[in-house]
Design a protein around this ligand. Structure first.
Ligand code: SAH
Ligand code: SF4
Ligand code: F3S
Length: 452
């Protein structure tokens, strides 16, 4: 049997796409391997969001080239595919820079992979046109065994692309315009996942709360309404969604946090900056105070809400005072977890053209300060859960025999001692201790919900 190795960089969309590519190649006779050295087909599923992410691809391709040459010297053939957002952004430039690459395929075209691999026997190929048809209609459904292999928590793409055009961001160019999948396709996929034992769905999209998919009668559903439908599926106990934009948090979605126990009390809602002038220059179309008020409203609906966010420091022209506005917003809101980055100028985006770029040294200093504050908040949040009773979805065996590992409603990894539970069970756990990354707890009986 032929073997395929897929390595994904970047966001949850790429993780999902990598699974779909593996599903599709399974029908072409490829088994997935975790070792690149034994693969007949190597796929790098790339990310273009920051310069570092894009550069990584070329250093990895250098290693792949050596491997390909060694294998060819032994008379074995391997094919190399570059997929994802670097493929979309750079297209045939990749063929020029990286001689080992056989196929370049964009995130909206990977359903064409079988045909592209056939063509690649004779020539090097690039497929980055935004297609008219829906790639999801061309993707095979994964087998029950493949779903089970991936565990009890699953991503499900409901929306792709972005029309927001934040001035720093490549996503609208690499993923194209916003498109929502129809309700029936999403529900079918969720039913299939639930049938294979999946307990937690994370609905994903570049702007997931801009969801506006149609049902069979042609009426348009919001994300709030979709969450209500998915919460009815037997077996599905937890619903999450990411990544959301503050401007698309509508009343129906906020109400879902209040009305649906399956919607987890955890929200990833990137704010990027606390300065109104920077937010405006970023084209985020909201102010720091609007974000604060929005958070208050979601917290009223779900008092147990924990938050996470993304931040960019050193956006062009950001002054010390404007950076302090970000620090203040973080102090005001309080985050359970966050991602923060130095601004990275991206080719073709408006912010990259601004002349007042911030120096590396200043960006580094600001990032360190921000990350220290965010880390303090994260630790405080984790320690704050000690003594509390939380539901934990068991996902895998723990580090030691007799232990199992799972996630709290707040996505914290939790280790418990147990010998009578199974993967997929949701157990009620008293948290006894917080380590630097994991929590530790003991099972409180009764109250646990067994997997089906
Ligand atoms: N759609 C999401 C985020 C997608 S990109 C949203 O609107 O928030 C993920 C994160 O990468 C962004 O939230 C931002 O913090 C960061 N990012 C995007 N472009 C960047 C750039 N040019 N430099 C640094 N960080 C960037
Ligand atoms: Fe990028 Fe902004 Fe779209 Fe998020 S909303 S993907 S940051 S352009
Ligand atoms: Fe990266 Fe593309 Fe996701 S640029 S963050 S992989 S949408």
């Amino acid at each position: 049997m032929k073997k395929v190795f897929v390595k994904s960089y970047g966001c949850q969309m790429n993780v999902y796409d990598a699974e779909r590519m593996a599903d599709m190649l399974a029908t072409e006779g490829y088994a997935e391997t975790k070792a690149m050295e034994e693969a007949d087909l190597v796929i790098l599923n790339t990310c273009h969001i920051r310069e570092k992410a894009a550069d990584k691809v070329y250093s990895e391709l250098g290693r792949v080239r050596e491997m390909k040459q060694e294998r060819e010297a032994q008379g074995q053939e391997i094919k190399v595919v570059v997929a994802g957002c670097v493929a979309q952004a750079e297209g045939k430039e990749i063929l020029r820079r990286a001689p080992a690459v056989d196929v370049v395929v964009g995130p909206q075209n990977y359903h064409n992979l079988p045909g592209l691999l056939k063509r690649a026997k004779a020539e090097r190929v690039v497929d980055t046109e935004f297609p008219i048809e829906d790639k999801f209609d061309h993707l095979p459904k994964p087998s029950k065994a493949m779903i089970q292999n991936r565990g009890v928590s699953s991503f499900l793409t409901i929306q792709e692309g972005c029309d927001k055009f934040c001035t720093f961001c490549v996503v609208p160019y690499t993923r194209g315009a916003e498109v929502s999948r129809p309700v029936s396709k999403i529900v079918d996929e969720a039913l299939r996942l639930a049938d294979a034992g999946v307990r937690e769905l994370t609905l994903i999209g570049q702007n997931v709360n801009a969801y506006h998919g149609e049902d069979a009668s042609g009426s348009v559903w919001t994300l709030g309404r979709l969450l209500h439908r998915l919460a009815e599926i037997p077996g599905i106990a937890r619903l999450r969604y990411m990544t959301s934009h503050p401007r698309d948090m509508d009343d129906e979605l906020i109400a879902a946090h209040r009305d649906l126990p399956a919607v987890m009390p955890y929200l990833h809602l990137p704010v990027q900056s606390g300065s109104d002038r920077i937010l405006d220059a970023m084209n985020r179309k909201h102010t720091g105070d609007e974000y604060r008020r929005l958070i208050e409203r979601v917290r009223e609906a779900q008092p147990g809400l924990a938050l996470s966010s993304d931040f960019i420091v050193g956006f062009p022209g950001e002054t010390d005072a404007e950076f302090e506005d970000t620090m203040r917003l973080v102090a005001d809101v309080g985050f359970a977890s966050s991602f923060s980055f130095k601004y990275s100028p991206r080719p073709g985006t408006p912010a990259a053209e601004i002349e007042t770029q911030v120096s590396e040294a200043v960006k580094s200093e600001r990032l360190t300060r921000l990350q220290n504050l965010l880390e303090t908040q994260r630790q405080a949040f984790n320690h704050g859960t000690v003594g509390q009773t939380l539901d934990v979805l068991l996902e895998k065996p723990g580090r030691h025999p007799g232990q199992m590992a799972g996630k709290s409603p707040y996505l914290q990894p939790v280790q418990i001692e147990t010998d009578c539970h199974r993967i997929g069970d949701i157990v009620t756990v008293r948290i006894t201790r917080a380590g630097s990354n994991s929590l530790f707890g003991e099972v409180v009986e009764p109250g646990s919900q067994a997997a089906a």
